[in-house]
Design a protein around this ligand. Sequence first.
Ligand code: SAH
Ligand code: SF4
Length: 385
Amino acid sequence: MKRSLIGLDRAQLAQALAEIGVPEHARKMRVSQLWHWIYFRGARDFDEMSNVSKDIRAQLAETFSLDRPEVAVEQVSNDGTRKWLIRLPAETAGEKPHDVEAVYIPESDRGTLCISSQVGCTLSCTFCHTGTQRLVRNLTAAEIVSQVMIARDRLGEWPGATRAEGTAAEGEAPRLVTNIVFMGMGEPLYNFDHVTNAISIIADGEGIGIGKRRITVSTSGVVPEIGRLGDASGTMLAISLHAVRDELRDEIIPLNRKYPIKVLLDACRNYPGVSNARRITFEYVMLKGVNDSEKDARDLVRLLKGIPAKINLIPFNPWPGTKYECSDWDTIERFSEIVFKAGYASPVRKPRGRDILAACGQLKSETQKLSARERMALRAMAMTD
Ligand code: SAH
Ligand code: SF4
């Protein structure tokens, strides 16, 4: 099989050109051309690259491809949310392919793409479905970038492409994917190098061009990597806080035993570039009877005092076999009222794409498929919301 150039950085593209005999002095210019065709125009065929000489196009096509990973399943929710199950080829012979998910969530003022950084997750937060998955591997930078390429392909977002049915027409929205969040499968800060490399490709203004301030990395609290992330990539940061006391956070996010709340919040205070214009998002999943009391809400705002913060309340998304339930709507409202009065705006995240199981924490690869009965149960839950 030919190697794909999709997801490679400039140095890797230069290496590919060297392999087909492009002399060193010409590589930089050729890399810029490839970059433009691959990441700005979304080219699927070397023959589209009209400013690249015919000879080089033919040589490239002989050795390389512009193939994206296969989309095994595409689902479109009745609210416009789209989910793609992406099949990644096995890394070694004999291994099965892995599946990861990417989810596109259109809103009136933005379109957010939620992407995965690992197959599964080595951490095992008790409320998260991904955390129950045994199989884990880091995604390569190319595989992370491919998720964005696939979203643009499927939405018809490349220049000159036809926009997919149900998406905003070209005149209405210059861009469909405006923001990226690393909130799919995996802990991005446990795959640091590949994630930061992918970010620099995605943010590059001559290609995909989704700026760093529109990219958010969510972490369960890998403290030593938080400062490094700010230094290396300058993206926005989201912290999965979910509890205001160490005793509870130790239980639901076992990583807290290593990096307790105080240490985590100190890392946030020192996050490079943090300011009122660049706030840190604190995610807080609403678990019935576990972390949703009025005292929890008051402690939350007290805890975050002095940190430029946004608070994002996430209704818990149930999955088969979980012991948790989502807090009642009244409880969420009371909680959110306290947070609102403390000066944080509209904090409840609306559940999206529930009919296609596209919500946070529900992502789990096809290699561990849900049984038909589990699917029925989830669908029933989604319908009674
Ligand atoms: N590993 C990273 C990023 C992926 S999880 C992290 O933990 O931050 C993205 C977000 O979804 C996190 O805030 C996570 O806590 C939340 N989440 C996980 N399971 C969930 C569930 N069942 N319902 C709602 N949110 C969930
Ligand atoms: Fe991993 Fe994040 Fe899920 Fe925790 S919440 S198990 S860190 S993906």
